[in-house]
Design a protein around this ligand. Sequence first.
Ligand SMILES: C[C@@](CO)(OP(=O)(O)O)[C@H](O)COP(=O)(O)OP(=O)(O)OC[C@H]1O[C@@H](n2ccc(N)nc2=O)[C@H](O)[C@@H]1O
Ligand SMILES: Nc1ncnc2c1ncn2[C@@H]1O[C@H](COP(=O)(O)OP(=O)(O)O)[C@@H](O)[C@H]1O
Length: 288
Amino acid sequence: MLYVKAPAKINLTLDVLHKRPDGYHEVEMIMTTVDLADRIGLERRTDGQIRIISADRYVPDDHRNLAYQAARLLRDTYGIKEGVTITLEKKIPVAAGLAGGSSDAAATLKGLNYLWDLKLTSDQLAVHGAKIGSDVSFCVYGGTALATGRGELIQELPAPPNCWIILAKPSIGVSTADVYGGLKINEVIHPKTKDMIRAIHEKDYELMCEAMGNALEAVTLKLHPEVSMIKEQMMKFGADAVLMSGSGPTVFGIVQHESRVNRIYNGLRGFCDEVYAVRLLGERDPLA
Ligand SMILES: C[C@@](CO)(OP(=O)(O)O)[C@H](O)COP(=O)(O)OP(=O)(O)OC[C@H]1O[C@@H](n2ccc(N)nc2=O)[C@H](O)[C@@H]1O
Ligand SMILES: Nc1ncnc2c1ncn2[C@@H]1O[C@H](COP(=O)(O)OP(=O)(O)O)[C@@H](O)[C@H]1O
């Protein structure tokens, strides 16, 4: 059995520029991976079948699973006769704005590249990833990056200033398509992407706190007012800055002093079942 980690991501900025002819939205977003991860187990099969094993009832165990789609894409593209059993140990909350499914797909691409000895580069895997979902290309590389296009065009960035992240996911699932669909482009408050890039290059934590912004928040907060309440509580318990990740509903708070992490974590546990205190992974995995 080959094991591969599939880390979650958060969006430090998420800007939506316009709707594209293909129905997607042109985005400009800065994403970074955190040390909350699914674990993917890959085992070769001689029957050519792709099988998913997952204990999480919210995760499909058939062709709808993004890890399944990743395996099928490589098997069919490269004429692989073998199959694979994919065991998903889910730790990332589902439909949370943390790219759990996308990260599982990226981990499966990387693991099968090794298992089936395909010798594909990260760039080649990222191109395949984009066929599975807009966030999968970023998940192939990991680390920190500016994503543009529909999210599949990746420009690597250095690690952001070091800090703790507290993630709080209310017990609601959010459809990414519904959130993008609910966006009024002419009302978008554009985040300060350039300031965030400067904050990352200069390791300026205060500027990073100021520059955080997510154009999709306006839609999700209207659909789910409890997300606003979680943001307020996160600030009340001492976070330096707070933002919703991706299409939500997960809210993340950032804090530099470890002494405050427990207070925020314990405070949010009163409101959310799924609360995590995590670190930024920052740079790309050199072995990726
Ligand atoms: C919102 C973001 C922000 O990082 O992440 P999550 O909240 O899902 O983690 C991403 O843009 C989500 O990426 P991903 O979840 O891969 O989206 P996809 O499966 O490609 O698309 C799902 C649906 O979202 C909408 N969509 C997605 C990406 C994009 N740039 N424009 C869109 O309009 C489309 O309706 C599409 O059919
Ligand atoms: N491997 C997977 N892990 C989680 N969800 C998956 C997976 N494959 C497909 N899905 C489906 O994709 C939807 C969104 O998954 P996820 O990537 O966790 O959300 P988000 O994109 O908001 O982070 C879920 O509702 C789930 O049914």
